[in-house]
Design a protein around this ligand. Structure first.
Ligand code: AP5
Length: 217
């Protein structure tokens, strides 16, 4: 199954992606995670992306598309994948469609996580991420048992540089202008499915899974 998760920053894409991908037994491919890994490893790709990420702007399409194309060629993505954070504008969506067509494939479904801006700010300002395994926590909504440490692997939790309030507002603006047009792009293709992404994490996963099951019938 080939799935795209779309939604504003802080909608819970990363949180839900880890559970949905595991339920569907497909790899989760998060462009944000790949960029952050490259920034912390100091690679050339990381150096290209860092300034854009720090400002909350999109990394240029040529850099992002080349990175995703390479990732989609890996063995584990051949039978399906869940994309988190890509595509993020119409040119990226058109390129993805062409790429998949070359492989005689196409997207099955685009799942939109719907939340309002105030909830986004509440979620992002309390987000903490495990430096070792990438698990996502929230200091109020999903706190780890021991503050600052991941329950799953004991790794140190950190706050992302782009989770400052002014950068969050800018990311929301970028989302409205550049990513929102994807909603009608995929609605026109008949593969868009929106779900309410407020409430407990497990309920949203259940909502997403039953929507996916209904859609695939
Ligand atoms: P990326 O990492 O993709 O950031 P984003 O889209 O802004 O999304 P976030 O990761 O901030 O939020 P999320 O929706 O995953 O929410 P999460 O699950 O963490 O991209 C970062 C940057 O990389 C971009 O700004 C750009 O520069 C670059 N980039 C990436 N892809 C690109 C592309 N395709 N093209 C160009 N540039 C690109 O949840 C947030 C918090 O809420 C967590 O603390 C979580 O615990 C909590 N939470 C989750 N669900 C709930 C719930 N139901 N109730 C309460 N709290 C919850």
């Amino acid at each position: 199954m080939r799935v795209v998760l779309v939604g504003p920053p802080g909608a819970g894409k990363g949180t839900q992606a880890q559970f949905i991908a595991s339920n569907l037994a497909i790899p989760k491919i998060s462009t944000g995670d790949i960029f952050r890994y490259n920034v912390s490893a100091g690679t050339e790709l990381g150096q290209q992306a860092k300034a854009f990420m720090d400002r909350g702007d999109l990394v240029p399409d040529e850099v992002t598309i080349a990175m995703v194309s390479d990732r989609l060629l890996e063995d584990d993505a051949q039978a399906g994948f869940l994309l988190d954070g890509f595509p993020r504008n119409v040119p990226q969506a058109e390129t993805l469609r062409k790429l998949l067509a070359e492989w005689d494939a196409r997207l099955d479904i685009v799942l939109e996580l719907v939340v309002d801006d105030d909830e986004v700010v509440r979620r992002l300002s309390g987000r903490r991420t495990c430096r070792r395994c990438g698990r996502i926590w929230h200091i109020l909504f999903e706190p780890p048992t021991r503050p600052g440490l991941c329950d799953d692997c004991g790794g140190e939790l950190f706050q992302r540089d782009d989770d400052r309030e002014e950068t969050i507002r800018h990311r929301l603006d970028v989302y409205q202008k550049q990513t929102q047009p994807l909603i009608s792009f995929y609605a026109d293709e008949g593969i868009l499915l929106g779900i309410d992404a407020t409430g407990p994490v497990e309920e949203i996963t259940e909502r997403a899974m039953s929507a996916l099951r209904r859609f695939m019938r």
